[in-house]
Ligand binder design. Structure first.
Ligand code: BGC
Length: 748
């Protein structure tokens, strides 16, 4: 070799050496294209490392790749605050003293604000809390459709309408993820009640699936860009949803192009072969006590752990699926903890409390207000009687996995006392005893709610005080105990528990200025509705519960919440329960499988009440204000639309009262004639506008083909049939203020 060639060879050897030793791997470069990072990391991983990153190593943690400096993945519930730390391998508390959080209002309340900007603020605030706690994945939000008021988990979801849920979930996701924390939108899909949640096989037609139960998830994926999604416990087409070919591979990954991680619900995985092939990417919670199936390390026995290796070794499956799963997990890591996000997040900041309070303020719904009983005036130093267990009970503990350990929580009673101050007198009577326990997974409220008095004694005391008061505020409803608004259980009926109906009836006789505040995530029966002048739907309001309620009760805030679901008069008025239907379905002979047929089809909530003429107690979209609004005539940019067009609708709304207020103007579409039966009307637009007294503000909507379409099960696509459509502008689904018509024409 001549001198020149020797030098060249030496030079390239040095170059090669320095590239190997000094150039940092692409996967560590936060500025490199995401897919290059993923491929680079993947190419450096052994098979066992890939297997390791696709299943848990503790309750909420799955491993990274230590050898490559890829950190572990930490998940947390969700969706209303950051869950306190539990032990590595048990559900009990880890005992940290720095893991208290802000509890934000439950998602039903968020949906009731009908304010997408507040949803973005919610997402950002909870995202900051998750970031501070160094989490990669926030297990939420939930968008399962509210099909029955018995579902114990409705409070964690966004109501009965797919359009509303879609519009509200997208900003939440973006708000969380801009903090470098992935949302895990749950529970995909058809998880609409809790009893038999592991063994219910949902039978549903394709049209209903696509029109009602999928749109919010689709929006979460395609518009929100969620980085992970949680597959549900139940079954569909006889296959568990955590490894469901049709739902995960065909719809989610192929049709919607989801490039993120499918996370199993905790303990929702049942079969290695299906989990490998049918789209599950990250397995959690399979043997959650850490004891069964392998005392020393249950995690090695997870379906996507050693049993997966055995399948590969036996040649039954290749490594194509493994690479795909590992790629997805890596992608999520490079989007979150290795995403180069600046900022450390923040926990329990005053800004977060402020967000929680404003969401509560805007989510509380004024259901009824006769003779202006609300707001309660403090001008004449009133004597105010507060009655009810929910006025004092901490509601942030309980309800299942969404249970929290809060830094602070202001009860309704304390909020009322604080707002009244020296401008009146506040007296409290218990009225009823509900559930006096206050513990979840070792988090205790520390409240002693025991009271040994009888129902008669409690009512008698409340009645006596009510007779002496200027106003009575009853705070009751449901709570987070099993059988009410609580995971893994459903309610037994629509009625309020603990003899509250009897108490409310008695209070209504004792004092004509009665305000009933219903705390719940579900509709309840109100047989006393006619006798009570003022009713507020108070939700679970989190840390700022007392402040938000007092803001509305005393008029600091003008209520503007609107119901995200229908309040039926009675349970059999709900389509899933009408005609003697059992929403739980039918148990299969000799098998622990419950076939739940969604025979109510697309007629859920107002779609049923409207179309079939069943009068609700309070309709979807309903919510009053302390001021009044007058709707003007809508104007359409055109009376003719082609499939490519958009029509703009403008509606002037005037505040005709004396107070500033906000009104959510709702746009429903009615298909005048269609080849398939359609609901009488469907929500396709809404705008929340803030209007000063005497002022007129114009709400503006844009309608395109998607607002006119239905899912054609034969064609397997969304279809807008040419013909006449009506635009219905309403203050609720039942209070339509004006109409206009246009025609969709076939293009030439
Ligand atoms: C719930 C999920 C939750 C998970 C982890 C499951 O039982 O269904 O919503 O995120 O537990 O706590």
């Amino acid at each position: 070799m001549n001198m020149k060639r020797m030098m060249l060879a030496a030079g390239s050897a040095i170059l090669l050496w320095s590239a190997v030793s000094f150039a940092s791997p692409i996967y560590l470069d936060v500025n490199a294209p995401l897919e290059q990072r993923v491929e680079d990391a993947l190419s450096r991983m052994t098979r066992d490392e890939k297997i390791a990153i696709i299943h848990a190593q503790s309750k909420f943690c799955s491993p990274g790749v230590k050898r490559l400096g890829i950190p572990d993945v930490w998940a947390t519930d969700g969706p209303h605050g950051i869950r306190p730390e539990v032990m590595w391998d048990e559900w009990e508390q880890a005992g940290w003293t720095n893991d208290s959080c802000v509890a934000f209002p439950a998602l039903t309340c968020l949906a009731a604000t009908w304010n997408p900007s507040l949803s973005a603020e919610y997402g950002n605030a909870i995202g900051e809390e998750a970031r501070f706690r160094k989490k990669n994945i926030l297990l939420g939000p939930g968008v399962n459709i509210y099909r029955t008021p018995l579902n114990g988990r409705n409070f964690e979801y966004m109501g009965e309408d797919p359009y509303l849920a879609s519009r509200m979930v997208v900003p939440y996701i973006k708000g969380v993820q801009k903090n470098g924390v992935a949302t895990c939108v749950k529970h995909f899909a058809l998880n609409n009640h809790e009893i038999n949640r592991h063994t219910t096989n949902v039978i549903i037609d394709d049209r209903t699936l696509h029109e009602l139960y999928l749109p919010a998830f689709k929006a979460a994926v395609q518009e929100g860009g969620t980085w992970t999604i949680m597959a549900a416990y139940n079954l569909y087409k006889d296959q568990h949803l955590c490894h469901n070919q049709y739902m995960l591979n065909d719809i989610l990954k192929k049709d919607w192009g989801f490039d993120g991680v499918v996370v199993s619900d905790w303990g929702g995985t049942h079969n290695t072969g299906e989990a490998v092939r049918n789209g599950l990417d990250l397995e959690f919670g399979s043997w959650t006590d850490g004891l069964s199936n392998g005392a020393s390390n249950a995690y090695d026995n997870y379906y996507l752990a050693n049993p997966y290796k055995e399948l590969i070794d036996s040649g039954e499956v290749g490594t194509e699926e493994l690479n795909d799963k590992a790629r997805r997990v890596l992608r999520m890591i490079f989007r979150t903890s290795m995403g180069g996000h600046s900022g450390f997040g923040s926990l329990c900041s005053e800004e977060h409390y402020d967000v929680a309070r404003r969401i509560g303020d805007e989510g509380i719904v004024l259901l009824k207000n006769n003779e202006g009983v609300l707001p309660v005036e403090l001008e004449f130093n009133p004597r105010i009687l507060v009655v009810g267990e929910n006025a004092i009970k901490m509601m942030t503990v309980g309800g299942g996995s969404s249970s929290l350990k809060v830094q602070r929580e202001l009860s309704p009673l304390d909020g009322i006392r604080k707002a009244v101050g020296s401008n009146g007198e506040v007296i409290y009577c218990r009225g009823y005893v509900g559930d006096v326990t206050g513990e979840y997974n070792g988090v205790v409220t520390g409240q002693d709610l025991s009271d040994s008095r009888s129902e008669d004694e409690l009512i008698a005391e409340a009645i006596e005080e009510a007779g002496k008061a200027d106003a009575v505020i009853f705070v009751g409803g449901l709570n987070k105990s099993a059988g009410q608004d609580c995971e893994d259980s459903d309610r037994e009926g629509l009625e309020l528990p603990y003899a509250q109906n009897r108490l409310i009836e008695a209070l209504s006789k004792a004092n004509k200025n009665l305000v009933v505040v219903n705390i719940s995530g579900n509709a309840v029966a109100m047989p006393w509705c006619e006798k009570v002048p003022a009713i507020l739907q108070g939700w679970y309001l989190g840390s700022e519960a007392g402040n938000s309620l007092a803001d509305v009760i005393f008029g600091k805030v003008n209520p503007s919440g609107k119901l995200p679901f229908t309040f039926p008069v009675k349970l059999t008025d709900v389509a899933a329960h009408s005609g003697g239907k059992n929403y739980l379905g039918k148990k299969r002979d000799n098998l622990d499988i419950w076939d739940a047929e969604y025979s109510d089809g697309i007629f859920v909530g107002y779609r049923h009440h409207d179309t079939h003429g069943v009068r609700p107690l309070f309709p979807f979209g309903h919510g009053l204000s302390y001021t009044t609004f007058k709707y003007g005539r809508p104007s359409l940019s055109s009376g003719i639309m082609t499939a490519e067009d958009k029509i703009e609708v403008k509606v002037p709304v005037t505040n005709t009262g004396k107070r500033a207020g906000a009104e959510t103007v709702q746009l429903y579409i009615s298909d005048v004639k269609s080849s398939l039966k359609r609901p009488k009307k469907e929500l396709k637009g809404f705008e929340k506008i803030y209007i000063q007294p005497g002022e007129t503000v114009v709400a503006t909507f844009s309608i395109d083909k998607s607002a006119l379409s239905f899912y054609d099960p034969q064609k397997k696509e969304w279809v807008a049939e040419p013909g006449k459509f009506e635009v219905l502008i309403g203050s609720s689904s039942a209070d339509i203020r004006s109409k206009a018509q246009f025609e969709l024409i076939k293009e030439m």
